[in-house]
Ligand binder design. Structure first.
Ligand code: FRU
Length: 494
């Protein structure tokens, strides 16, 4: 049955969505109207890939969470479906928070999400109660279970918080279902708890998969746990992180824990802990296992810190990253844009061994929706340069630049002059490696974003850019002599 609250959201989006199409990014998912945050339920279903998202259709700011819905066959072109979930029951009246999805053996589509109910205490404090709930449907309409919530505070180990207990990631393995769920434990920081079930409806607590111990932020949100290239990988999004060197930035960060899974103790033994994305705008990633065996990740391309900073005229707020293929090499996470992006490449322009001294423009190298790889090498063995800069989204007033400095071995991205009307989180710097003396930067730009892939996926960095669409110049600059190769494709949708 479709509740009045869900019907209202569906009516609202069918009324207003058609007016926003020309303003949308070309190939990045947005809500089209209203607000979106985390990706949810990113999973295959009946031969297609579905994606839901935290969604408030009525305003470009966060509000009681619904689940918006899109699907795709190739991760690039998305089809919009009606809102899937609305906060319309007693146990989720204050929000259907993040969660995930699986296809059941009988062909039904199961969504597992966090129901939120807030209660105002006598002292005025609002206390949240977060429980795990299920809705089952056919890929468009979903029915919430009468038995909801299926996991509540009574399942938690001693000291577990019922206020911070959210974001179930469900998967099926050996005829069982497992769910990794974020929780805050007695030491005040995050744990990822593992639950199991035979039927995805009746659950039991298994173990602490991994714990923060106040080392990487406080509460750990939006876990995802999967095997990859002989290792086990846990993705988490910590809140209240302190910066750690240039690896982790402060605030809401993103962390990847790679190691071996102890199947007896149901515990992840960590071997490497790294950032997932080194940019300014990346949170709450979620992955799926594609039918051809690829592990594909998508994330909210936004920073909570700047979530009140927007362009007044845009009818939507929040977008997803490009889906990325993951791999683990040498104990580290690699990511590259899904290969399907290459089907949308138009005209190619390339240059080899161009000497950059001072500022240089290259004929045909410009644009705002593009896929461009720039390889940077020193001009000759004896010549040193102190910096190399790549300017994008440039006109007389605006620019964003990437600057590499060989002495610090760091890449800095600065969007201070990108047209973002807020003096907050505009610079990010992170260490990068040279491969055979060269730095390889793949830059993917859409109307409101730039995603960077360093050295064939060794690092990724995502940035929202609100630069006016006609600022499309690109230039190269160095204080010494640098040789570059450039390969640029425009990206086209039709
Ligand atoms: C992460 C998050 C989740 C929660 C959702 C609410 O961005 O805080 O933990 O489920 O957003 O919208």
């Amino acid at each position: 049955m479709i509740s009045k609250i869900l019907q209202r959201a569906r009516d609202f989006e069918s009324k207003y969505l058609p007016y926003t199409v020309s303003e949308l990014p070309m190939f990045h998912v947005t809500g089209g109207i209203g607000w979106i945050n985390d990706p949810n339920g990113f999973a295959p279903y009946k031969g297609e890939y579905h994606l839901f998202f935290q969604y408030y259709p009525y305003d470009t700011k966060w509000g009681p969470m619904h689940w918006g819905h899109v699907k795709t066959r190739d991760f690039i072109k998305w089809e919009r479906l009606p809102t899937a979930l609305a906060p319309d029951t007693e146990y989720d009246r204050d929000g259907c928070f993040s969660g995930s999805a699986v296809e059941l053996p009988d062909g039904r589509h199961l969504l597992m999400y966090t129901g939120v109910r807030n209660t105002r205490r006598r002292n005025g404090r609002i206390e949240a109660c977060q429980t795990q709930c299920i809705a089952i449907g056919d890929g468009v309409d979903y029915e919430k279970l009468d038995a909801n919530p299926v996991i509540d505070g009574s399942f938690l180990p001693e000291g577990g918080s019922t206020e911070d207990f959210r974001d179930p990631k469900i998967w099926r393995e050996n005829d069982r279902y497992y769910a990794a769920i974020g929780n805050r434990c007695a030491d005040g920081s995050g744990t990822i708890l593992l639950f199991e079930s035979e039927d995805a409806l009746h659950w039991r607590y298994v173990s602490v998969l991994s714990a923060c111990h106040n080392q990487y932020g406080r509460m750990w949100e939006c876990p995802d746990f999967f095997p990859l290239d002989g290792k086990s990988v846990l993705l988490v999004s910590p809140q209240d992180m302190d910066a750690i060197g240039l690896e982790f930035h402060p605030g809401n960060a993103n962390v990847c824990l790679i190691g071996n899974y102890d199947r007896m103790l149901h515990h992840l033994n960590r071997e490497n802990v790294q950032a997932i994305d080194y940019g300014m705008d990346f949170y709450a990633p979620q992955t799926l296992l594609a039918e051809d065996g690829r592990r594909v990740m998508i994330a909210w391309m936004q920073n909570w810190e700047t979530s009140s900073c927007k362009l007044r005229e845009l009818p939507f707020f929040g977008q997803m990253t490009l889906p990325r293929e993951l791999s683990v090499r040498g104990g580290r996470l690699y990511q590259t844009p899904v290969r399907e992006l290459e089907n949308y490449r138009g005209v190619k322009i390339d240059y080899h061994n161009v000497l950059i001294k001072g500022e240089t423009n290259l004929r045909g190298i410009n644009g705002r929706c593009l896929d461009m790889t720039v390889t940077v090498r020193p001009g000759n063995e004896n010549s040193m340069y102190r910096w190399f800069r790549l300017y994008v989204a440039k006109d007389g007033e605006h620019f964003t630049f990437l600057r590499y400095r060989p002495d610090t071995g760091t890449l800095k991205v600065d969007r201070t002059h990108s047209g973002f009307p807020h003096d907050i989180v505009n610079v990010r710097e992170f260490p990068v490696n040279l491969k055979d003396g060269a730095l390889k930067l793949r830059v993917i730009m859409d109307r409101y974003s730039m995603e960077l892939f360093v050295n064939d996926g060794e690092q990724a960095a995502s940035f929202v850019l609100y630069t006016p669409a006609d600022a499309g110049s690109i230039s190269f600059s160095s204080d010494g002599s640098v040789l570059v190769d450039v390969e640029k494709y425009e990206l086209l949708m039709e």
